[in-house]
Structure formats: C-alpha cells, structure tokens
Design a protein around this ligand. Sequence first.
Ligand code: SF4
Length: 575
Amino acid sequence: MAEKIFRINMSDLTTSIEDVPEGWAGHGGRGLTSTIVAAEVKPTCHPLGPNNKLVIAPGLLSGTVAANSGRLSIGAKSPLTGTIKESNAGGTAAQILARAGCKAIIIEGQPADDKWYSLSLTPDSITINEETDLIGKGNFNVIETLESRLEGKPAILTIGQAGEMKMSSANISIKDPDGNLRSSGRGGLGAVMGSKKIKFISVDSKDGKVAIANPEKFKEANRVFAKTLLDHPITAGLGQYGTNVLVNIINEAGGLPTKNFTQGQFEGHESISGETMHDIIVERGGKPKHNCHAGCVIQCSQIYNDANKEKLTAGFEYESIWAMGADCCVDDLDKIAEADKIMDDIGIDTIETSVAMAVAMEGGVLEFGDGAGILRILQEDVAKGTGLGRIIGNGAGSVGRAFGLTRVPVVKNQAIPAYDPRAIKGMGITYATSTQGADHTMGYAVTANILGVGGSIDPLTKEGQIELSRNLQVATAAIDSTGMCLFIAFAALDDEKCLPALIDLLNARFGIALTGDDVVALGQSILKTERAFNVAAGFTSADDKLPEFFYSEPLPPHNAVFDFTDEEIATFWDF
Ligand code: SF4
C-alpha cells in the first residue's frame, strides 16, 4: 500500500489524501513531524492559533513485527515552551496508522464556530463528525464510550478536560491494546488538539499491511535485534520493576530531586521504590509486566491494583512517581497511583503537573507531603478549570510566576524531570540544550553518568558531558524516527549487534542500503532542523541555560552546583 499524507483543514472542514512529497519519504516519526512543522508552520505563530499545525506520524518501522517499533510521534509548536515539539508514546495508534498507509496526519486551521468534532480515518477516507456527547468528559469515559460506539478495534487518540481548556500541560492520550492509556505527555500538545476543536481521532486500518521489501532479511534482523534487547541486564530490570527501578538508584546517587529540588535524596524513597511497587502489584494480583503495544519484548509497563485488588492505574512510570513522590514529599504509593489515574483521566502531563504542585507547595498552597491535598486540587481545581486549577494546569513556570517564586525548575518553561542536574551533570547539558525544553528523553545521560551503559563518566565532573549529551541527542533523534521505544538504547549502546540489526531492519523494510553514518547524519539533520525553527521563533543561545538557583544553591548530599558557563554550553552546537 502506497503511503499517503492525510490532511485535515479545520477552518473549512475539508480533507485530502495526498502523495508524500519526495523530501519527506525517508522520514518517519520525529524526523517527519519536525520536518513538516518546520516546513509548514510559521515559527512566530501563536501555538493555539489557526496557523499552528498538529502533525501525527508513525515511525519508519511502525506497523511491522519489528520488536518495540510501535511508538507514535506527535509534533507542533508547543504552547508550553514556544519551541518546536515532538512527544512520542506507545499504544496501538502507530501500528494501525502505518497499516492504514498513513505516513502522517496534518491537522491545520481552526473552526470558526464553537462546535467540537472527531475525526475518523480509514486507508481511503477521512470523516469529520460533530461531537457533543463526550465534550467535558475525561479520557476513560471517552475510551469506554467508544468501545461500544465504534466497530472493531480502532486506534483512539483523545484529549481530556485539560486539552479542551487548552492548558499548556495537556497531553494527548492513546489507547493501548488493553484499553489503558499511554500519553504523549510533554509540551502541551493536547492543548493544540483542543485548539483545533478535536476531541478524539479514531483510525481503522481495515486489515491493511505494511509492505516489506525483503521479508527474509527482515525476519532474521528482527530475531537478532530482539535477542539483544532481551539479553541486556538493564532492559531485563525494566521488565521486572518497571522504570521505577530508578528510584533507589537515583536516590543512592544523590540526584533524586526532593522537596522542590532542595535535596538530592528522599527519606521516603523505599516506600515509593520499584521494588516496593513490584511487591504490592504481586500481592494485589496486578500485572508487574505489561506492554504498551503489541511486539514490545521489554514490557516495562504494569497494572497497579488498589487495596481491593481493583485496577487503579497502568503504565506507572518512574518520572510520575518521583514527581508526585520525592518532589512533593509524598511517600504513599497508593496516593501517587490515584493521582496518576486522575491525571490520565484529565489528560495532563504527570511530570509537568506534579512539579507544578511542588512549586505550589513552596508557594504555600499546600504543605509538602499532603497527598490528599494534591488529589483534591486535581479533582476540584484542575479538572474543573478554577483559577488555581488553570495556574497549575499551565505548568510549573505558570505557578512560579503566579506566586512570585524563584526556585522554579524549568528550562524554556518546561519542568525539569527526575534527575537533578547538579548531581548528574550530563542531564543538565541535555536540559539546557534540548530543542524542546527540559526533557530527559532527548539525551538520556543517566546511561554513562549513573548506569555504566555505553561507558562511564563521573556524574559530578564537567569533563565529557557535552560530548556525551550531543552523541545521545543525535542518536535519540534518529531512534525517535524509527518508531522504536527509546529503551532499545541500552542494548544499542552496549551490544555491538543491536545497531547493525536495527539498520538491517530499515534496509529490509525499504529495500535500501543505509549505513551507520547515514543514521548519524539523519539524527544531526533533525536536531538542526529543530534548532533552526527555534531560532526563527526568537530563541538564542541565551535560552540554553538552567534556572539561576542551580548555579548558586549546593545540592545535598554532594553539595554540588551546576557549573557550566554559557560559552561552554554553546559548544554543544559545534557539529
Ligand atoms: S519498553 Fe515500556 S515504554 Fe517501551 S514499548 Fe515496551 S512497554 Fe512501552
């Protein structure tokens, strides 16, 4: 099936299915969303206005049986950061879109009236329907309602109340194979979907298939590739304890941001650790291992039950648990799980919202450790869009401005995630230089700084950190284009068979002859495309820095500060 671009204009409610322009054919996932946003969106446009576009693209290997290839990239100009943005997540949508022959969806314009709509896609049709019943409803209600309203098992992308209210932390949620939600969480892309007045998108592939140029070579490459993932000790650990295995590791390293980034270790870390979570899940009959899309062999996700053995939340990630736990000083995993579920339902980024809560605690809105207070504010304020709810729903920077605070952990207005840059300096370089604001997934320097993956660099020294972050950001941009889950990176960095097998998969899929150098060039060109968009939007090197308190407030227990000069950070772009 030839791949097509599915274009929807929400200003005049017209649609078209177009040939893929030649220059876009070699791109997928993040490479494609960023290429399209850079080509079609005016960098200075208002992110919530009619000139921004929401671009949705499966990866180059999505829709095939390649292990871990089901990530979906969503891009736009971000209402949170003002930069270009790509956020990727699992769920069934990437596989189904690819099998429907969809190279990318481009949603542009904005309805002139106040009506809400949904989109329904098949391989040869796009339908725009007016939507009324589900407006104002949370994501779980949307998924449940559509289970009975729609035929078959379509992919569903949806926004909750946060997206409808165009909060800058609103996410886009994607249904997984078991009806759980996965989130394109960062950067407020749910607000962009809300600004287009689209409540949900459904996709039916009509049993379409992705063509493979060389099926035998593809099968063999996938066998080798999957084995490298299964053999790596870190990916095995992810399968046992989920990403939350990191709580004890990062706490031990003194880099677990605690009490709004004032400490590097959390007294209550054992209560919220991956090991504790694993025991609770097993004891309550949950699922310690679960995949967010078919074909994942790592299975870092899980189903977490409440004390009555009923499902409470799924896909319970380290970054969400850290943010609501250590950063807000809540040491009760059940309360954190409840907050996670509410945030999934409202459709709001768990990292941004929880860091915003910790900043609000510093501003006196709640006491640190008040888990019940957090639940109340999420339900009574954020979900209902009160004044306080909108301040929090617009992110940590918004709370800092509203309460006149200076300890506000954001870069380009996006909350810094679960690794303190004073104790893990490679992550500080990634936060400062990422084209998308503070984002750990852009260049995960925890690998060499803490985990000893792909080499080892002392997390407290400056030496080697810029080069490390640059190499990781280039590799990540390329991996994000394949549709692969980022957790393949551990094997890719350590096992010499992994990366060649991934390149073999791409070559067998398309009948091409990519080399390792081509993959590096692809990653570099994506970063440069994104950087050029940001520069045209008004960003300069002066924006590539951390908030002042990281340079002046020593972080216990190492009492380290972030000590890179602006000139040193600027060398990141010397390639
Ligand atoms: S390893 Fe985790 S995040 Fe990655 S594809 Fe599997 S379940 Fe999803």
